[in-house]
Structures are given as C-alpha cells and as structure tokens.
Ligand binder design. Structure first.
Ligand SMILES: *[C@@H]1O[C@H](CO)[C@@H](O)[C@H](O)[C@H]1NC(C)=O
Ligand SMILES: *[C@@H]1O[C@H](CO)[C@@H](O)[C@H](O)[C@H]1NC(C)=O
Ligand SMILES: CC(=O)N[C@H]1CO[C@H](CO)[C@@H](O)[C@@H]1O
Length: 519
C-alpha cells in the first residue's frame, strides 16, 4: 500500500476531545477530507475493547485504501491485522515490535531529538513522528517541546546522515493556524554541497494532528484545509528533487512545440530528450525518466511508435504522461485516444475540459455534444470530471483551465495560478505536460504523484505570473523568454532555500460531493 503521510490523523477517544461523536464517524469524515493515515491511540481501553474499536476503524480505513496503525499496543495490531504500529521511545522496543509484526508492516517511531531520530532510522523505522512541536492538551506526557526549529534541526541531521528518504511528520499541537508555519520552515531546507557530493535536503512529508481533526466541527473540511497547506508546502521539495536528479523527460510530442518544451524541461532542471523512434524507447525507459505522449500530430505511424514506447515505459515501471491534445476534435483523434488508453497505464493524464471528457468516455450529458459545450462547465463539473478520469484510469488527472483541477480519484485540488499570456503562446499546454513529467519522475514526486502534479502546475503558473509582471514584457513575444527565466529563477531560489515566490501559490483541496452530477 503506498502511504500518503500528508494529513495524518491520530485518534483520541477521551470525551473532552471527542465529545458525543463516534470515533469511527470522525475518522470517516477525516478520510473523506483527504487524510492519508490513521493512527488509533488509546492507552487505557482494555485489550478486548481496543481490538473491537481497531476492527471498527479498520473497516473504515480499508474502504478508503488508507493504512490503520495502532499506537503502542503491538498485540492489538497483530490481532486485528492492520497495517502497522506507531511506537514511542518509551514503548516496547523496535526489534520486538518488528518480530511480532513481520517484515512488511509499518513501524513508525516518535523522535524528539536528533539522537532518537537517527537511532530509529538505523533500527529500520518506516517513518518518524517528530515532536512534540507545541504544548498540547491531548498528550500530557510530553517529554520535550522542541518547536518548529527543533523539527528543522532533526530534518537537517537526517539528511546529512543519508536518511532523507525516511518519511517524516511533525506532531504535537499542530492545528490549522500553525501547520503552515511549521511546514514552510521545514520546506526552506537547502541542499548542501560538500566536497563529498551534495546532501539532499529533507522537509516534512506531512502533519500529524489530533484535535485539529477529531474535535473539529467538520473534520472533513478541516482535513481539506490541512491537505491544501501540505500540498503547497510540498512544492519546493518536489522542485528541489527535480533539480537534484535531472531526470530525463522523454517527449514524443508534436513538431510545433518542440523548442519551447525542451527549454521548459531545461529550465525546471530536467533533461529533455527528443526521440520519436520507438526502437529507442526500451533503452531510454531504463534511464529512469518519464515519457510524455503528446497527441498533437497523430499519424498512423506515430501512433504505432507511441504504443511501443508506452509499453517500454510501463514494462520498466517508469511514469507515462498522456496529453490528449485535441482529443475529440476528429474521429481519428477520438479513436487514437481510445487506443492509447486501452493499451497501457498512465501516471498522469492532463488536458482541458473537452479533451478530458473524451478521455473519460461514458455518457454524461455533455460527453457527446462536442468541444464547444465544455466552455459551459461549472467548476464543480470540471472538478467532478477530474475525479472521474482519475478513478477510471487509475491515475492523477489534471483538467486545465483558468482554475486547474487535479485529482487522484479521492482528493480534488484546485490551483489558481497562471496568467492569460500563457494562453497566447503555442504549446504552453504541452510544455506543462513536460514540467509534470519532470516532477512525477523525480524521487520525491514518484512517491507522491498528486503532489508532483500540483507542484508542476503551481511552479508553471507562478512563473507565468512573475514573468507577466516584468517591465520588459509587453506581450506574448517578450513573455516567452521571461517565462523561461522565471522558471529557472524559481528553481535556483528554491535550491538556495529562498521560498518567497511560494507566497503566490494558490492551492486548495475542495469538496466534490459524490452525488454531484458528472458532466
Ligand atoms: C493552534 O495552536 C497554537 C499553539 O498551540 C495555539 O496558540 C492556537 O490558539 C491554536 N489555534 C487554533 C485555531 O486552535
Ligand atoms: C481544448 O484544446 C483544444 C486544442 O488543444 C481546443 O480546440 C479546445 O477548444 C479546447 N477546449 C477548451 C474547453 O478550452
Ligand atoms: C523536449 C523534447 O524532447 N522535444 C522533442 C519532442 O518530440 C519531438 C518529435 O515529435 C521532437 O522534435 C522534440 O524535439
């Protein structure tokens, strides 16, 4: 099970926190809002009661495909067969827990100092909970309040010791008003380069919260709010991950946009490769990059090449991005999209509303009415479309427009960055596909495809806004070079820990009711 540590819920059954609500109800609402991990914490219930409650929660988490961890009580986790445990430094030691659970279960460990964090990583902890960040009512046996700076120091030590890939969440008094500060302080980490090479920076993967969800008037809404903050704070980490690894962006795209697509790839720190010969694809797929299949100019020969390359990347387990340009405009394109969709898997599918209606297929009221009708889609309908495409094709879907809508099938996120000048240059949509591919195949982005697609959309949109503001930009012609410069300077600033550009990021998780009529 791929774990998304972004919004991590720790339960609390004490009446002061839970009130008269049911625990399972609060958990379910948090999961609807986008929480990615649930930790059942109850230090006082009898074994039988704890097992009963854990089973009840497991039934809920399984429906959402989210792991359930049990705090401390390893024997309860073993009995209910949930995904793992979370242990503190005072709890049963790590090796004993590992022995009881077997090699594959998740074991998270709390750490409140650099020494504890390093020891936990060396023991083999799956992830770390860093804290206590702030004093809190829900956990009174607080060993050490370390504050956001303490968290940052531990992260730096983890990176320096080669543990940058161990996921981390911060815990202790985190709520809607302070989560952003803690996340951003951690996100401003820098990659340090020494004579022995460069040490990747490490930031937080998410926030662990108790009352901020369990005691919230609307846990779903509170979870969405936190998710938006986490995704926004993940942007620099993804951007840095691309810059640190220079992943290959293998683009099979149309001739019209080749130049700008290659330049965008370079500006964000990826390495573009232009190869339309499918025979090369198998070799290229092994180089650890991503493939962009862009349907800009479809010919029968081109389609054959695409299919061969798609298979090569799928076989190599590398991500493929589908950009179904002009899907639905002609019968040839409609059938090309169908062939491509039925022939392989995609990590991300991006397109505007008319293209994505074709990708989704099916028979919503607007599906058959052609391209023009999509301009009347409401935001809620486009959001629902993104989620439909993500579910149907088990991918991250990105529906572009003045507001971009992204979904992984469960969560839906809106990004309100960008500038109208982007719409006046050829291939800006296609080059967004290139940026997405770079982010999605970076080490950080590969583990979190939704965060990766959000990062590409945000970086792209903010670069456009900053370019448009520049005094020398008078229209589309002067915009293009300024846009490339801004992508480049965002990458440079991020690597240096300067995140001032991130104040422009507009990322929000939104509620899309399940019964909302699909377009
Ligand atoms: C969030 O936590 C901080 C620090 O513990 C506290 O001062 C603040 O009042 C809390 N805010 C909310 C909305 O609960
Ligand atoms: C989507 O893009 C295609 C071409 O790529 C264009 O013809 C169509 O009008 C666009 N639709 C919308 C809703 O913007
Ligand atoms: C950035 C990049 O790799 N661009 C290439 C994409 O593919 C076309 C062929 O369709 C090349 O001409 C571009 O150079």
């Amino acid at each position: 099970m791929a774990v998304d540590y972004g919004v991590y819920l720790v339960t609390d059954s004490t009446p002061a926190i839970l009130g008269s609500r049911s625990l399972a109800g609060a958990v379910e609402a948090s999961l609807r809002g986008g929480a990615g991990v649930v930790q059942y914490r109850d230090k006082t219930a009898s074994h039988d009661d704890a097992v009963r409650t854990a089973r009840e929660l497991l039934a809920v988490t399984r429906r959402f495909g989210v792991p359930l961890l049990v705090n401390d009580r390893v024997e309860v986790a073993v009995e209910v067969g949930c995904e793992g445990v979370h242990i503190g430094q005072d709890d049963m030691e790590f090796q004993k827990a590992r022995q009881m659970l077997g090699p594959d279960k998740i074991i998270g460990v709390t750490a409140s100092s650099t020494e504890e964090a390093l020891r936990a990583c060396e023991a083999g902890a799956t992830y770390l909970g860093l804290g206590t960040v702030y004093a809190t009512q829900t956990k009174k046996d607080t060993k050490a309040i370390i504050g956001p700076h303490g968290v940052r120091d531990i992260l730096a030590a983890l990176a320096a010791a080669g543990h940058a890939s161990v996921p981390t969440v911060c815990i202790g008094g985190i709520n809607a008003s302070n989560a952003g500060d803690v996340l951003l302080l951690a996100a401003a980490a820098t990659t340090t380069t020494t004579t022995s090479g460069s040490t990747p920076a490490k930031s937080l993967d998410g926030v662990a919260v108790v009352s901020a969800l369990v005691a919230a008037p609307d846990p779903a809404d509170a979870a969405r709010h936190l998710l938006g903050q986490v995704l926004r704070a993940r942007v620099p980490d993804v951007v840095r991950s691309v810059a640190a690894t220079t992943p290959l962006s293998h683009n099979m795209t149309n001739l019209v946009v080749q130049n700008i697509a290659a330049n965008v790839a370079l500006a964000v720190g990826a390495s573009p490769i232009m190869a339309n010969y499918a025979e090369e694809a198998a070799d290229l797929a092994r180089l650890g990059g991503a493939l962009v299949v862009n349907m800009g100019t479809v010919t029968p020969d081109g389609l054959k090449n695409y299919l061969q390359a798609l298979k090569a990347y799928n076989d190599a387990g590398r991500p493929v991005i589908l950009d179904p340009v002009g899907a639905g405009a002609t019968a040839v394109r409609r059938s090309a999209v169908e062939t491509l969709l039925s022939s392989g898997r995609y990590a991300v599918i991006k397109g505007n509303a008319s293209e994505m209606l074709v990708v989704r297929g099916g028979s919503g009221p607007l599906a058959q009415r052609g391209v023009d009708s999509t301009s009347q889609l409401t935001l809620a309908q486009r959001a629902s479309l993104a989620r439909d495409v993500a579910r149907r094709h088990r991918c991250v879907a990105l529906v572009t427009g003045a507001t971009d809508l992204l979904s992984d099938g469960r969560r839906v996120v809106r990004v309100d960055n960008g500038h109208e000048l982007l719409g006046m240059i050829t291939g800006s949509g296609c080059t967004l596909g290139t940026a997405v591919s770079a982010m999605v195949c970076s080490p950080v982005g590969a583990a979190e495809p939704l965060a990766a697609a959000v990062a590409a959309t945000v970086m792209f949109g903010i670069a456009a806004e900053m370019a448009a503001e520049r005094p020398e930009v008078r229209g589309p012609g002067t915009f293009v070079p300024a846009f490339l410069d801004e992508l480049y300077s965002i990458r440079k600033a991020t690597a240096a820990g300067d995140l001032r550009w991130l104040v422009l990021a507009k990322v929000q998780a939104i509620d899309v009711p399940e019964d909302d009529a699909s377009p």
